[in-house]
Design a protein. Structure first.
Length: 329
């Protein structure tokens, strides 16, 4: 009898604690957010990640009623800024915005200071976008075939810039070299912005970059776009052929993706809240139009969909890196 009585009391106590926890969680969400929210961008200013978040942030601020702070923490193929978020408090006030480097790094880097699957949780897949091969306007190559011929005459001395070792622009560059049968010097930068800037300045001949980072320079004639990734032409550069069109179909797969992650222990209701509000921003006509003009394709969706993309993409990049023999410089 005593045992049954104790069990009954224990059960009631447990139910009370669960109910109290649920009430506390609801109260926490009702008060969230009550201070500014930080989105870490693990790249230098001026790149695609930075550019699209500066378009999204003001609208997200309006919806959440709190300031959205964007903090650039570039370096080490985006792992420095990403690790900063992994080590932060999982309270819904620190997120990281990543690109394709997040899913390719496990295949490329011998040591990553976090577990890409276990230490972070998916919030939302924001956008996808084609990458463009662009050259300085002074480079005497107006087509991909002419650039390949030029690279062969330079005996490997022609340089291309990337947003950093292990980034999508680096992978695209290495795939291009392998597919075209040429050698080029890889010059890694701390983000697409600096890589494009030095290409415009003529410090390097070419770069592989997202269209958003280079379109203004293409439009004003400082850069010349030779080809884009993806299997259809980009609406932002309708006159530029795809790599498939110029006979380098293997390079077309190297498009970019951007998404938001949070520390793994971030409360589920907060993840869903940020996902919901960011989906609303992405559906705003003026935001969709602006992102499309810059070469981004709006995606959105659920945390589960983004989580599946991350897992599938990590597996895919491991296969691509192994098959292509790509190595970090």
């Amino acid at each position: 009898m005593h045992s049954i009585g104790f069990s009954s009391i224990y059960r009631q106590l447990l139910l009370s604690l669960i109910a109290l926890g649920a009430l506390h969680g609801g109260m926490a969400l009702a008060a969230y957010p009550d201070r500014p929210i930080k989105f870490v961008i693990p790249f230098a200013p001026g790149g695609g990640t930075d550019m699209q978040m500066r378009i999204i942030a003001p609208k997200l601020t309006e919806l959440l009623g709190q300031q959205i702070i964007l903090e650039n923490r570039p370096g080490s193929g985006s792992t420095i800024g990403t690790e900063m978020v992994v080590r932060s408090q999982p309270d819904g006030y620190t997120f990281v915005v990543v690109d394709t480097a997040f899913t390719s790094n496990p295949a490329l880097l011998q040591k990553i200071p976090y577990d890409s699957i276990k230490d972070l949780t998916a919030v939302i897949l924001l956008t996808s976008g084609a990458s463009a091969l662009v050259v300085n306007s002074a480079v005497p190559a107006k087509t991909v075939s002419e650039l390949i011929a030029l690279a062969k005459t330079k005996n490997g001395a022609l340089a291309y810039a990337s947003a950093g070792a292990g980034t999508s622009s680096h992978l695209t560059g290495e795939l291009f070299k392998l597919t075209a049968g040429i050698d080029m010097i890889h010059a890694p930068y701390k983000g697409a912005g600096p890589a494009v800037t030095d290409t415009v300045a003529g410090q390097v001949a070419a770069t592989f970059t997202n269209i958003s980072s280079s379109k203004a320079f293409i439009d004003n004639g400082q850069l010349r776009a030779l080809a884009v990734t993806g299997y259809t032409r980009s609406p932002a550069l309708p006159n530029v052929p795809t790599f498939s069109e110029v006979g380098l179909a293997a390079v077309s797969q190297a498009s970019s993706y951007w998404g938001v992650l949070a520390p793994a222990a971030t409360p589920r209701d907060i993840i869903l809240k940020i996902n919901q509000e960011m989906n609303k921003v992405l559906q705003m006509p003026e935001i969709r139009t602006r992102l499309t003009e810059l070469g981004f394709n709006v995606v959105g969706g659920t945390p589960e969909e983004y989580s599946k993309y991350i897992r599938d993409s990590i597996i895919n990049w491991r296969r691509v890196v192994k098959d292509a023999g790509i190595k970090i410089d």
